[in-house]
Design a protein around this ligand. Structure first.
Ligand SMILES: N#Cc1c(N)ncnc1-c1cnn(Cc2cccc(F)c2)c1
Length: 286
C-alpha cells in the first residue's frame, strides 16, 4: 500500500521500504513490514521502521569521518515522522556493494560449488558461519522486484562502472564494513555481511546512500550463539523463522504459499529484538 504523502511523488517500493520524489530531494520511507523466506509478512512489526531509521542515522554519524552520506534532513512529513529521511538525489551506481566477514547464504553456496565467492578464492574447509580470514567484497546486481540479487565478479563491476570507481567502491565498502563490524562485535552483535549502495554527486564525490547496517541490509548474529558448522540464529528474525517453520504455523514453505499471519507474541518478541539491537549498538534508550 503506497502512502499518499503531501509534496511527495511515489517512485519505487522495495519489500520493506518506499522511495518518493520530494522537491529536489528524495524521501526514503521505512515501513514496519518484515520479510522472511522472500515473503512480506503480516502484520508489520510496530516501530520497526522508526527503529531501523534511527539505527541507520546513528551509523551514518559513526561513519561520517570516513565516508560522506546522502542524509539531508529528518524533518519529514508528519505521516512518516521518525521513519523517513530526506536524502540527496544521487546518480546511483548500479551495484549492490556486499561485504562478507563470515560465510553463509549465497556466498556459502558459491563457495561449496567452486571454492570461490564472486571470483574471490577462499581457503578450503570453511563451513556455514565460518569467519573469513579477511572481509571480502562480493558485489551483486540489483535484482528486479521479487528476484534475488545475482553475485558478480569484481571484473564485472569494472566493466560496468570503470576500474577507478570499481576500486573506490570496493575499498570504501570494506573500510566501512571493518569499522562497523568492530563496533558491533564490541556490543555482542556479529555483522556477518552487509549491503551498501553508493551514489555520485555532480562534483564526482562518492556518497554512501540507502539505509546502512540495519538488520534489513545486513545479517546480524548474536555473538554469544555463534557456532560455525550450522545455520546461525538471526538476531532479529529467528522468532519469526522458528514459528513459520514450526508445526504451529501450519505453513508449508515448499508449496510456496503465502505464510500465515504472525501471532501477537511473535510480533512483540520480534519488536523487542529490534529495540535490543538498537539500544546495544547505539547505547541510546528508545
Ligand atoms: N538511497 C538512495 C537514492 C539516492 N540518494 N539518490 C537516488 N536514488 C536513490 C535510490 C534509488 N533506489 N534506491 C533503493 C531504494 C531505497 C529506498 C526505498 C526503495 F524502495 C528503494 C535508492
Amino acid at each position: 500500500m503506497v502512502l499518499e504523502i503531501p509534496g511527495a511523488t511515489h517512485l519505487h517500493s522495495g519489500k520493506v521500504r518506499d522511495l518518493y520524489e520530494y522537491g529536489d530531494h528524495l524521501l526514503m520511507v521505512a515501513s514496519d513490514r518484515i520479510s522472511a523466506y522472500d515473503f512480506s509478512l503480516e502484520p508489520g512489526i510496530p516501530d520497526k521502521g522508526e527503529i531501523l531509521t534511527r539505527m541507520s542515522l546513528w551509523w551514518f554519524e559513526q561513519l561520517a569521518d570516513i565516508v560522506p552520506n546522502h542524509v539531508i534532513s529528518t524533518d519529514v512529513p508528519e505521516q512518516v515522522a521518525g521513519r523517513a529521511l530526506i536524502v540527496e538525489r544521487l546518480d546511483m551506481f548500479p551495484v549492490e556493494c556486499v561485504v562478507r566477514g563470515y560465510l553463509t547464504g549465497s556466498g556459502l553456496a558459491d563457495y561449496a560449488a567452486s571454492g570461490h565467492v564472486c571470483g574471490v578464492p577462499l581457503p578450503r574447509g570453511l563451513v556455514d558461519g565460518s569467519r573469513l580470514p579477511e572481509p571480502i567484497f562480493t558485489p551483486a546486481t540489483k535484482a528486479e522486484i521479487g528476484d534475488h540479487d545475482q553475485n558478480i565478479t569484481f571484473d564485472h563491476v569494472v566493466d560496468t562502472i570503470g576500474a577507478e570507481d570499481a576500486a573506490a567502491l570496493r575499498d570504501l565498502s570494506i573500510q566501512v564494513y571493518r569499522r562497523a563490524e568492530e563496533i558491533a562485535r564490541e556490543r555482542g552483535i556479529l555483522l556477518a555481511d552487509t549491503k551498501f549502495e553508493f551514489g555520485r554527486r555532480p562534483d564526482g564525490t562518492i556518497v554512501l546512500a540507502d539505509e546502512v547496517l540495519t538488520p534489513d541490509s545486513s545479517r546480524f548474529w548474536p555473538a554469544d550463539a555463534w557456532e560455525p558448522g550450522r545455520s546461525q540464529p538471526s538476531f532479529d528474525k529467528q522468532f519469526v523463522r522458528d514459528w513459520l517453520t514450526s508445526p504451529e504455523s501450519g505453513w508449508d514453505r515448499d508449496i510456496e504459499s503465502a505464510p500465515p499471519r504472525l501471532p501477537d507474541a511473535i510480533v512483540e518478541k520480534t519488536r523487542e529484538r529490534y529495540l535490543e539491537a538498537y539500544e546495544r549498538l547505539t547505547g541510546r534508550s528508545w
